[in-house]
Write a protein that binds this ligand. Structure first.
Ligand SMILES: Nc1ncnc2c1ncn2[C@@H]1O[C@H](COP(=O)(O)OP(=O)(O)OP(=O)(O)O)[C@@H](O)[C@H]1O
Ligand SMILES: [Mg+2]
Length: 264
């Protein structure tokens, strides 16, 4: 049995759309015929259960992490999408896994019988050790400078930890004041793997507690998510966006901002 391809859905800045991307990406991979587990690893504000209208769980990813329960026992089937879900549990105190917990968890997760494991996370990262669990991280950003600069910082953490990453630009409205995709690619020094539009289907689907992709596959947002899933469907074990070998230093404002952040 091949190991699952584990994808971390992440951002450095909060509220950019990680949970929405995680839910819909998982749903569309499932619709392509893959076995998919969706994990809520946001220990601060778990929101997958909220978005999908699931009852509050007593056991979830945190309890699995702490070794209190086997992952298989904490996974629940979601009949509307066919996904398996390992939900988050709400707690007053922030949970930060220690190295022993991380080392015990990783083989348990890798043994699970899924093609893809999509992991929704809280902004930033809690423990660098956990990053070695993943085959890849998707960094979600919006087309704004503050969000992108935070994304670049996270990309540098991943580079240091040797975790492959790709960039997803969400909530694109194609307005003049937004960063263009080519500006974003210049700063990221790589191609963007997915451009997801701002789309009313998202809040509508949230209100109905179903993924946007299940509500209307023809909506703009759903089509874009579907294109991303087709890329991953074919290339689960390989790099998705190839390095473009651009001049790393560049010129003008963007290079200045990179230097300001001490990135190069
Ligand atoms: N493409 C989109 N079009 C319209 N609304 C969107 C889109 N993506 C996300 N949203 C909205 O943005 C809000 C934040 O989304 P979401 O909860 O997925 O962000 P997040 O990055 O997971 O936040 P947090 O950092 O708090 O976990 C939600 O209200 C969601 O409906
Ligand atoms: Mg979230």
């Amino acid at each position: 049995m091949a190991e699952p391809y584990i994808i971390r859905i992440s951002s450095q800045k909060g509220g950019v759309g990680k949970s929405i991307v995680a839910i819909n990406f998982a749903t569309s991979l499932k619709a392509l015929g893959h076995k998919v587990l969706l994990i809520d690893s946001d220990f601060s504000n778990p929101s997958i259960s909220v978005y999908l209208g699931l009852e509050d769980a007593n056991i979830g990813y945190k309890e699995v992490f702490m070794g209190r329960v086997d992952p298989v026992r904490a996974i629940i089937p979601h009949s509307a999408t066919g996904l398996s879900i390992l939900p988050g549990t709400i707690s007053a105190r922030q949970f930060v896994p220690n190295r022993r917990e991380v080392d015990a968890l990783i083989p348990k997760i890798k043994r699970l019988n899924y093609d893809f494991i999509i992991v929704d996370t809280q902004p930033g990262y809690l423990a660098p050790e956990v990053l070695k669990m993943y085959g890849e991280a998707l960094i979600v950003t919006t087309p704004e400078m503050s969000s992108l600069l935070a994304a670049i910082k996270l990309a540098h953490v991943y580079n240091k930890e040797q975790l492959r990453h790709n960039l997803v630009v969400n909530r694109v409205r194609n307005r003049k004041y937004e960063l263009s995709i080519s500006e974003i690619e210049e700063i990221y020094e790589n191609r963007v793997v997915s451009v997801l539009p701002e789309d009313e289907i998202v809040p509508l689907s949230v209100a109905d507690h179903i993924p946007a992709y299940s509500m209307n596959r023809r909506a703009q947002f759903s089509r874009a998510i579907g294109s991303m899933s087709r890329i991953y469907s074919g290339k689960a074990a390989g790099s998705v966006a190839e390095k473009q070998g651009r001049d790393a230093e560049g010129g003008g404002l963007l290079a200045f901002l990179r230097r300001l952040l001490g990135l190069r």
